[in-house]
Design a binder for this molecule. Structure first.
Ligand SMILES: [Zn+2]
Length: 267
């Protein structure tokens, strides 16, 4: 008798140690590979796969202040129109297995998973961001790792990969994506936060070029929303971005949030 294929295949994490990359097996509060490299599960439930060479600074990635500022903006509903546009383009289904590479505080992945009920995995290099994600969305799996270097999952693990205003790793995104999968990339559009930092560059062509070869663009959409922020809201935006500002704003402001959404299929 042939073994039945389980309805939901388990997503396999790989050992992040350079030149190892064996499958990780999970115990209660620990994961380990056959070579004996082991990794802890934190109290809040996330898995820390960060390697010593990934810790260029003591606190790589977003700081706790940036994470908290961004979360307050999400919690006020300011980014809800962007979330809706992402959902409309990516169309996540309950049967999807989804990776959010550079997931930050987990707002987009956690919200989409809450709606569609898919199997969700988020990776970010910031411990502060992943800890916040794990506390808010315990039904998803959260991993601290440097996805610029290596996305710590087995080949073809995912049916949908998200990269939302994050660092992009086209070859690794392709490796972990199924041949019939899809990739949604969100990049800041030229008008994003223009009241605070002026009009930005159009990154669309450059992004399509970066994914050319491995991926084909199949759809695109510009998601915009304008928010009237009070002074605290403006401060939260300032906490969440790292670019030098043209002017230091005082008081309330009307601020544009704008993303270019690109939907790719494997070429
Ligand atoms: Zn290992």
């Amino acid at each position: 008798m042939r073994a039945r294929i389980p309805a939901k295949l388990e997503t396999v994490l790989l050992c992040p140690v350079r030149d190892c990359h064996l499958a990780l097996v999970r115990e209660e509060r620990r994961l380990f590979c056959a070579r004996g490299h082991s990794f802890d599960v934190a109290r809040s439930g996330y898995i820390n796969l960060l390697q010593p060479q990934d810790r260029r600074s003591k606190q790589p990635g977003d700081t706790a202040a940036a994470v908290a500022g961004r979360r307050r903006l999400h919690d006020r509903g300011i980014t809800a129109p962007l979330l809706r546009s992402i959902a409309e383009l990516a169309r996540p289904q309950a049967t999807d297995v989804v990776l959010d590479a550079g997931c930050g505080d987990g707002f987009y992945l956690g919200s989409l998973a809450g709606g569609a009920g898919f199997d969700a995995h988020g990776v970010d290099i910031s411990v502060a961001a992943i800890d916040a994600a794990a506390r808010r969305y315990p039904e998803c799996e959260w991993v601290v790792a440097n996805a610029d270097r290596f996305v710590p999952y087995a080949h073809q693990s995912f049916s949908l990969v998200l990269s939302i205003t994050a660092r992009m790793n086209p070859s690794e995104f392709r490796r972990v994506l199924r041949d019939d999968g899809r990739l949604l990339v969100a990049i800041p559009a030229p008008g994003d936060l223009m009241e605070l930092r002026g009009k930005g560059r159009d990154r669309f062509a450059r992004t399509v070029e970066a994914f050319a070869g491995a991926f084909t663009l199949v759809d695109r959409h510009r998601a915009d929303t304008i928010a009237d922020l009070d002074e605290a809201g403006v401060q939260d935006v300032l906490h969440s971005i790292y670019r030098p500002l043209r002017q230091r704003p005082a008081g309330a402001m009307r601020v544009t949030f704008s993303l270019d959404l690109l939907l790719f299929r494997p070429a």
